[in-house]
Every structure is written in structure tokens, then in C-alpha cells.
Design a protein around this ligand. Structure first.
Ligand code: ADP
Ligand code: MG
Length: 511
């Protein structure tokens, strides 16, 4: 089936063809008609399955049927957790609407607000935003929602993980009650369903891939390694394999810097990307990586979240993530949209429990490979598949006063420094040392309240970082976030959202 049987008109079909898309992905085939009918939609599909076009194309179609947006108004609002994702989605919107007369714009924290306010003056048909900056703009009357027709929460699971629930609820309260709601996520977790209850009406539910299954087009293997030898080992793998574009995950910001430096010294061009880097440096690192000017991008989880680099051939886990689900997200960066990718992990004996967790989650024992000259002296014990079912997360209780994250997890957004509240972290008990978050400590509670209400369950107190899952992870978050978070998030935003920027020093990352 082609795109032309889905109800999209000629200017959009032409743009799709120019993108080189031949057939709609399964999620697109299901979501496009549903969105065009005006239904609320909840869609879950793994990373790289084309969700962006799944909501963008039908929204553009609908918006193009009637023109006209008033100054400072917005007709379609797309909320997303990180700056990079926001920029990427807007690029897609621009591409897909090139033959239409619609205006789009993207706003996120970490950069000046004034130019954003100026652009919004004319009104925009599609606004892509991270939650914190959007609230700031609203508090300054730069954006108005009475003309809003459609709301999209993209990467909704990540937004919850990153602690954006409170901001999302604030935004929902500002929107007209009559509107179309689209919720896109990698999974339908309990938290997502909880969020959906207050959001979508009688939704069409679309679910394409089983949760947590790794993409079949990704060839995965591990190289047992001694911890100290990982960097030279990676350099050798890159050289020998002649890998030209490699995304490497590091658990910590420091580790990312160190590894990028080592590779550069060994004549392999590399750039780190994480939350302690300025927005400019992050944008440049990503652009250089996409253009091929640097071969290796060394990223922390947060920084990498959701970044779409078409046909990324190689992903390397320089460290295994503490949270098994992050492994799935990481390797989802390769093998996208039908391309084949390769994901390798350098695993030292200390990481045995992470390895077991990943194998249990992905239901496979990962193939082991050996690199000549790098056989580990500290052997990595053999693993067998643990087939016990994984317990679902416990439902969270609300009620504790919120904590702020110090780690900033948030990536997202906020320039305003808001902190997200974290949600459930599973491993809360462990503190990771050395991780990026490391010593920032676990959050402290500030409680919150400006309004004294308990925060919502999801937000309960844990700080979280980017992906929140359990995180003891490192978050690089804080700044990383995309959000530009340069600013610390304020403990709670006063009602008029504007005022809040109070610095909270605790948030500063230590690392
Ligand atoms: P997701 O949001 O599900 O992770 P994206 O929307 O970022 O996925 O899309 C992943 C990649 O697939 C992008 O590079 C996008 O351009 C490409 N893509 C999307 N739809 C199609 C299609 N129908 N045919 C080919 N490539 C596509
Ligand atoms: Mg996406």
C-alpha cells in the first residue's frame, strides 16, 4: 500500500515522495487515517518506526484545509521532551509542509526567548515545543491557545520519565477543552495509561511492536573487555572495521569527554555530547556527526534520546546502562526504518549484573566476540538466560513532597529550570558513583509546593534523569536536558508561571 491511499492530498504526497518514502510504515498506515478522521489516538511503537510522520502528515493535511492563524496563536501543538527532538520534529514538519502554506516554529529552552517571541507574534500553524519553555512563553503572553485544534504528546513515556508531568498538566489546563489529542510513545506503560485517562477521549489505540523487543534488524554482540582497555579496544574496532559513523554511549559525562579526547588523540575524530555542553556545542556536535565531519559521537543517554540519524550503522555501548530498558533505547538508534545496524557492547567483569538484566529483558543471550590482543584478564563469567518474568513496576504512590532533582534530569527543557520530577526509579537505592549524577546526590526534597497539592503520582519524588527509569543512572541530565536547563528548575512554579526562576544551586551538577 502506498501513501496515496491514506487520504493525504497532493502537496503532502509530493513532499513525501521527495523524502524518498515509498510505503507508509505500519504505525503510519494506522495512525494517519485515524488522525484524519479527527479521532484521538494513542500509539505505541518502538523507536525508528516513523511515528513523527504518523502524526505530522495528517495534522498538516487537516490544517491545510483551512488557513488562518491569528497573531500569537497556535493551531497544532507538539510537545516533546528534549531540545534535539523538538528541532528534529520541526525539521520534519518543515520538510513535509514544503508545498503548503503553513507556518511552523520550534521553541525550547537553553536559547534566547526573544527571537521565539518575535516569531510567535505572527502566529504559527504548528508549534513544536519543550514544556518548560512553552510555559514561559505563555506566561509572557507570547503564545495563546484559544485557536488550538490539535495537541500531540510525542515520546510521552520519556516525558513522564523525565519528570515533565507537572508541566504537562499545567499546559493541559491552558488548552481549550475541545481539541484532538494524540499521544505517541515507545510503550504503553501504566504511567502512560494513567496520563491518557485525563487526556484522550475514546481513543483509537495503535500498538505496533511488542514492548522492549529489540529491533530485529540490529545485529547485537558483546566484547568481554578489561575496563582499562576499553578505550584502545574501541579505537581498534573502529579502525579495523573502518567504521565511519559510530554513536558511542558513555554512562558519564566525564567518561564521554575522556573517551572523545582519547579517540581524537588516536586520529579518530570524535565529539562528546551531554548535558554539560552548551546548546551551541551540542548542536554543532550533532551536525558534525551527521555530516561526517566527526566519525564518533560519544553521548550520554539523555543527550542521545530520540535523536534520529537516518541509517546510523554502528552503536557502541562503551559502558552498559544500569537500567536495562536503556539498552533497548540505545540500540534503537541503529537499524532504523528497515536499515540493518550493528550494536556492540564492551563489557567488563563489573558489568555482569547489567548484562544479565539486559539479556533477561531482551530474552536472548548476547553473542560474544573476542578482539585479538584484547582478551580480558578479568574474565566475564558466562551467562544463561533468565526466563523468569520481569515484575511490572509497582504503581507509585503519590504524596510525597516533591523532590527536586538535582540532577537535572530534565532534560528537557527547561530553560527555565524547572525540574522535572522524577518518577519512578527503580533502583533508587543505589547510588552510582561516578556516574554523572554521581554525586549530585539524590535529590533533595524541596517541597514543593506552591500549591500545596501532592504531586502527582508520577512525579513522586524521585528525581530522575533522563530516562528515567530507575535511575541511578547517570543522569546527565541536568543539563542535558534538553532543556536547556541551564537554569535550575524552580521548585514549583508560581501560578503565573513567570516568575520562577529561582536558582537552586543544588542542582548543579557536580560532575
Ligand atoms: P520514531 O519517532 O518512531 O522513533 P522517526 O519518526 O524519527 O521514528 O523516523 C525514523 C526514521 O525513519 C526517520 O529517519 C524518518 O525519516 C524515516 N521514515 C519515516 N517514515 C518513513 C517511511 N514511510 N519510509 C522510509 N523512511 C521513513
Ligand atoms: Mg519519535
Amino acid at each position: 500500500m502506498g501513501f496515496n491511499s491514506l487520504g493525504l492530498s497532493a502537496p503532502i504526497l509530493k513532499a513525501i515522495e521527495e523524502q524518498g518514502y515509498e510505503t507508509p510504515s505500519p504505525i503510519q498506515a494506522q495512525s494517519i487515517p485515524a488522525v484524519l478522521e479527527g479521532k484521538d489516538v494513542m500509539a505505541a511503537a518502538q523507536t525508528g518506526t516513523g511515528k513523527t510522520a504518523g502524526f505530522t502528515l495528517p495534522i498538516l493535511e487537516q490544517l491545510s484545509q483551512r488557513q488562518g492563524v491569528k497573531g500569537n496563536h497556535v493551531r497544532a501543538l507538539i510537545l516533546t521532551p528534549t531540545r534535539e527532538l523538538a528541532a528534529q520534529i520541526n525539521d520534519n514538519v518543515v520538510n513535509y509542509s514544503r508545498h503548503l502554506r503553513l507556518r511552523s516554529h520550534v521553541v525550547f529552552g537553553g536559547v534566547k526567548i526573544n527571537p521565539q517571541m518575535l516569531t510567535l507574534r505572527k502566529g504559527v500553524d504548528v508549534l513544536v515545543a519543550t514544556p518548560g519553555r512553552l510555559l514561559d512563553l505563555h506566561s509572557q503572553n507570547a503564545v495563546k491557545f484559544s485557536q488550538l485544534e490539535v495537541l500531540v504528546l510525542d515520546e510521552a513515556d520519556r516525558m513522564l520519565d523525565m519528570g515533565f508531568i507537572r508541566d504537562i498538566k499545567k499546559i493541559l489546563a491552558l488548552l481549550p477543552a475541545k481539541r484532538q489529542n494524540l499521544l505517541f510513545s515507545a510503550t504503553f506503560s501504566d504511567e502512560i495509561r494513567e496520563l491518557a485517562k485525563g487526556l484522550v477521549n475514546n481513543p483509537v489505540e495503535i500498538s505496533v511492536a511488542p514492548a522492549n523487543s529489540t529491533a530485529r534488524t540490529v545485529e547485537q554482540s558483546i566484547y568481554p573487555a578489561d575496563k582499562k582497555k576499553k578505550a584502545p579496544m574501541l579505537a581498534k574496532l573502529i579502525d579495523e572495521g573502518n567504521w565511519q559513523q559510530v554513536l558511542v554511549f558513555s554512562r558519564t559525562k566525564h567518561g564521554a569527554n575522556r573517551l572523545a579526547r582519547f579517540l581524537n588523540e588516536n586520529k579518530i575524530t570524535a565529539a562528546p555530547i551531554h548535558g554539560n555542553k552548551s546548546q551551541g556545542a551540542r548542536t554543532k556536535a550533532l551536525a558534525d556527526f551527521k555530516s561526517g565531519a566527526v566519525r564518533v559521537l560519544v553521548a550520554t543517554d539523555i543527550a542521545a534520546r530520540g535523536i534520529d540519524i537516518p541509517q546510523l550503522p554502528q552503536v557502541v555501548n562503551f559502558d552498559l546502562p544500569h537500567v536495562s530498558e536503556d539498552y533497548v533505547h540505545r540500540i534503537g538508534r541503529t537499524g532504523r526504518a528497515g536499515e540493518t545496524g550493528m550494536a556492540i557492547s564492551l563489557v567488563c567483569a563489573d558489568e555482569l549484573s547489567e548484562l544479565k538484566g539486559i539479556e533477561r529483558l531482551t530474552k536472548q543471550v548476547l553473542t560474544r566476540k573476542v578482539l585479538a590482543g584484547f582478551e580480558p584478564t578479568n574474565a566475564l563469567p558466562e551467562t544463561t538466560l533468565d526466563t523468569r518474568p520481569i515484575k511490572p513496576k509497582k504503581p507509585k504512590k503519590a504524596k510525597k513532597p516533591r523532590t527536586e532533582h538535582q540532577d537535572g534530569q530534565r532534560s528537557g527543557e527547561n530553560a527555565r529550570g524547572h525540574k522535572p520530577q522524577g518518577k519512578n526509579r527503580r533502583h533508587q537505592g543505589k547510588q552510582s558513583q561516578g556516574t554523572e549524577q554521581g554525586n549530585r546526590g539524590r535529590a533533595q526534597t524541596q517541597s514543593a509546593a506552591s500549591n500545596g497539592k501532592p504531586r502527582n503520582a508520577n512525579s513522586a519524588n524521585k528525581p530522575q534523569s533522563e530516562n528515567q527509569k530507575p535511575r541511578r543512572r547517570n543522569n546527565d541530565s541536568r543539563n542535558q536536558s534538553d532543556a536547556g536547563n541551564t537554569a535550575p528548575r524552580r521548585p514549583r512554579r508560581p501560578n503565573n508561571q513567570s516568575g520562577n526562576r529561582r536558582p537552586n544551586n543544588k542542582q548543579n551538577p557536580t560532575s
